[in-house]
Design a protein around this ligand. Structure first.
Ligand SMILES: Cc1ncc(COP(=O)(O)O)c(C=O)c1O
Length: 395
């Protein structure tokens, strides 16, 4: 474990939009001025007390924060450790995504944006963006892959009900990568719209900005575990699609070198290229969708199709900070298969009366495996609730 890695070092890297060698801004020239303007605006706003006050006002009064840190007693007994759940599933709209959309919609409002656009995989980010757009009376377009729209019908319906224009794309595999491509294409043609990116991925400043808005998870969790247990956990767990809920939790504990950090990727059928979305286990560093980070690629270095039962994890790329944390050995990235996630989906529902999103169930599965009879104090980030997954016949 590299104990040299501390917050100051990461902040210095953040300034330039790089995390070690990962990150950057690899975009067509038409987008560069827009992203530079966004970066300058964000740098200014994050140090502006009024802006931060407004952000926290909405987190408290609209989102319902702080989210509880709940001791899952029956799960703990079953596993043989002491396990807390950070209840992001209890946020308004049912997932962590709303933390970032509230932050970014305030940035967009400050920049005078007239139209919001966003991509979505599991639909949670689409719902959260459509919600924030409704709240502030802004026009909004949500792009979603066709396959994802079919497997996450509840969220597709919610996006339309919230008054956003809902655009499906049947390019590629009809999943998150294709939705990002469709949104980017629209953004290139309409650079005056505000692209509200949903994960800690893409070109600078998104990985930095999304991390900032999601870091409320880690800040709260650290304070709550100290209040409830009087000590830090031995380990923390989160699932990783693009990596926003994970970096949100991890950011609160990066300086605590004794806290082990574990991330669960969507492993699909296992470690087989084309049948998995375990990017940091199977992928290679490459430039993909505006950033230099790990990506699942073929022999020629082109992104390949991925597969995971969880639409929110079914993505060939990953946020650049996760690539940095992997290479520095500060966090460990694991492949969690569909069947392990389904078992955890049922286990948490039956033991705690909490139906997790199938994405979050990957983190529960990994924790249940690694913590077996370890008697460790631990936190799992429960990134979202599972209503969207109950009609998928997972039982
Ligand atoms: C509930 C939930 N958890 C996790 C994710 C994965 O995204 P991220 O890695 O950005 O947290 C998603 C994505 O849609 C989601 O809906």
């Amino acid at each position: 474990m590299n104990t040299q890695l501390n917050t100051l070092e990461i902040q210095n890297q953040l300034k330039q939009g790089y995390f070690g060698e990962f990150g950057g801004m690899f975009v067509p020239p038409v987008l560069e001025p827009k992203l530079n303007e966004l970066s300058d605006t964000f740098e200014k706003l994050k140090n502006d007390n009024e802006f931060i006050k407004e952000f926290h006002y909405y987190l408290k009064q609209y989102v319902g924060r702080p989210s509880p840190l709940f001791l899952a007693k029956r799960l703990s007994d079953y596993v043989g450790s002491r396990i807390y759940l950070k209840r992001e599933d209890l946020n308004h709209t049912g997932a962590h995504k709303i933390n970032n959309t509230i932050g970014q919609i305030l940035v967009a409002k400050y920049m005078g944006a007239k139209e919001i656009i966003a991509e979505t995989g599991a639909g949670q980010h689409g719902v959260a963006t459509a919600t924030a757009a409704a709240l502030f009376g802004l026009k909004c377009k949500i792009f979603m892959g066709k396959k994802d729209a079919e497997r996450q019908q509840l969220n597709a319906y919610r996006i339309k009900l919230l008054g956003s224009e809902f655009i499906t794309t049947d390019r590629g595999t009809g999943t998150l990568k294709d939705a990002v491509d469709a949104a980017l294409e629209y953004y290139i043609e309409n650079p005056d719209s505000y692209y509200l990116l949903g994960s800690a991925v893409g070109p600078h400043p998104y990985p930095t900005m999304v991390r900032f808005f999601q870091s409320v998870i880690g800040t709260e969790a650290r304070k709550q575990i100290l209040e409830q247990e009087g000590r830090l956990p031995e380990s923390i767990f989160a699932c990783v699609g693009g990596g926003s809920n994970a970096i949100g939790l991890f950011s609160g504990f990066l300086d605590d070198s004794k806290v082990r950090i574990h991330a669960a990727e969507g492993g699909g059928d296992g470690l087989f290229p084309g049948r998995s979305a375990s990017t940091l286990v199977l992928g290679k560093p490459t430039v993909f969708q505006g950033t230099f980070s790990y990506c699942m690629v073929d022999k020629e270095g082109n992104p390949i199709d991925t597969y995971s039962i969880a639409a929110g994890l079914d993505y060939p790329g990953v946020g650049p900070e996760h690539s940095f944390l992997k290479e520095n050995l500060r966090a460990e990235y694991h492949c969690v298969t569909d069947s392990e996630a389904i078992a955890a989906f049922k286990l948490l529902s039956a033991l705690e009366g909490i139906i997790p999103a199938i994405e979050s169930a990957h983190a529960v599965a990994l924790a249940a495996k690694l913590l077996k009879n370890k008697n460790e104090l631990s936190i799992i980030n429960l990134s979202g609730r599972g209503d969207k997954d109950v009609d998928r016949n997972l039982i």
